[in-house]
Design a protein around this ligand. Structure first.
Ligand code: 13P
Length: 285
């Protein structure tokens, strides 16, 4: 069933847990994510968004994500990840998405505020909640580059409070040293900065770039108010590893269906492990 609203995020923040936002690119990844939600009994966000639209086509991916969520017994929000385009946001809202992310983090502060406000208005008119980002993460959304945190810029806590008040956004993605994709060196988050942001910002916080993050860093962030954790590269890696393992040396004999199934099962197992880990990070700090 579709999970509407931010109550589940607020509950998660209160109890020291987080809801995963898993990125889906196609039918099998969406099915794997839904399977994890059903098996765990936990809510999840199925993020079928901007970059995946380029692969699958926006209408096809929107339709299959919404269908997979509606048909499931689990509580599943369908979320647009990292959009810079108000028309794309409007299309997802109209299709029935339960939340959207406007990403103006590349813009100067005033322009990020202006763009985010318009996206928030668009979403709220339809009863959809909106996420935005302040500060910028290093790394690439769709390719694991072995990035370092050096290319990003950290979220300023006071500016974050001003941003949320000026935009009315429902959840805030922060940059506290987190990086999209796997990194060559283990990432260390600035948990002190995260605590300060949490103190000043009244909405649930979102941590992007959870793949490869050392567990104590990830759980430390959840215990400091991160209620939504985005995961992408780790599912892609699980998918590729499983598919590579079932492909025989001689391709003419390969069973394509077996590879799709193996990929889907691997995504389901990885998403389940992460969902269960995030379910109980420990007492809030
Ligand atoms: P990772 O690829 O590091 O998991 O980041 C995913 C993400 O933040 C999606 O928005």
């Amino acid at each position: 069933m579709l999970l509407h609203g931010t109550e589940a995020l607020a509950d998660a923040a209160r109890e020291g847990s987080a809801i995963p936002g898993f990125v889906a690119y196609n039918l099998e990844t969406a099915q794997g994510i839904v399977a994890a939600a059903e098996k765990s009994g936990r809510p999840v966000l199925l993020q079928a968004g901007s970059s995946a639209f380029k692969h699958a086509g926006s209408e096809a991916l929107m339709a299959l994500a919404l269908r997979a969520a509606r048909d499931s017994s689990a509580r599943i929000g369908v979320h647009l990840d990292h959009s810079r385009d108000l028309d794309e946001i409007a299309a997802c809202v109209e299709a029935g998405y339960t939340s959207v992310m406007i990403d103006g983090s590349h813009l100067p502060f005033a322009q990020n505020v202006a763009l985010t406000r318009r996206a928030v208005e668009l979403a709220h008119e339809a009863g959809v909640w909106a996420e935005a980002e302040l500060g910028a993460l290093a790394g690439d959304e769709d390719v694991s580059t072995g990035a370092t945190a050096a290319g990003g810029s950290m979220t300023d806590p006071e500016q974050a409070a001003e941003f949320v008040a000026a935009t009315g956004v429902d959840a805030l993605a922060v940059a506290v040293g987190n990086v999209h994709g796997f990194t060559a060196e283990p990432v260390r988050l600035d948990l002190g900065r995260l605590e300060r942001i949490r103190t000043l910002v009244p909405v649930p916080l979102v941590l992007h770039g959870a793949s490869g993050l050392p567990e104590e860093q990830l759980l430390g962030a959840v215990r400091r108010g991160v209620a939504k954790v985005n995961v992408n590269a780790e599912l892609r890696r699980a998918w590729l590893t499983a598919v590579a393992a079932v492909l025989p040396g001689a391709l003419p004999g390969a069973d394509a269906v077996a590879t799709w199934t193996a990929g889907r099962d691997a995504v389901a197992a990885t998403a389940l492990r992460i969902t269960e880990r995030l379910a109980s990070a420990g007492s809030p700090v």
